[in-house]
Design a protein. Sequence first.
Length: 158
Amino acid sequence: MRRTTSSNGLFDRIEIVSVRAMVGILVHGNNHFILRGPRPTEREALALARNWGLVQIGEVKPQKFGKWEIRNKEFRENLAWAVIVPGDHGVSPGVAELLAELRAGGVAIVRYSDDPLGEGPVWKDEDHPELAIGTAEWVRQLRRENETRLRRVHKRKK
């Protein structure tokens, strides 16, 4: 809203100025989010990806996070920015096609990455041999180890 005064000073006029929030796409590995809000910085983009990227069973994530809101329905013509942050997988073919369309339409695509040459995913399986047995089994092992440790601690207290 903007307040203006007429040239003769006799009356004030209030102008309502519509400022539409920008809409963009945040790509995180093979996942993506359509967001209403300003283009995030690298730190903000990583925080957004962490917030919405990992969903726990039974957990309900709010649609809003800071200055951003997830959009469930949006026209691709409305996308004004695109940000890519590193993930554990490559960009899906559908999102890659959308990004190519956006680039052709003049939308700048910002890639925040530990991998500036685009040589592959940041996550490498060989760096995490403990997960070779599968993530579900790895979590079960961690829980068993924790339960064993807790039993020992409780026995000492008695």
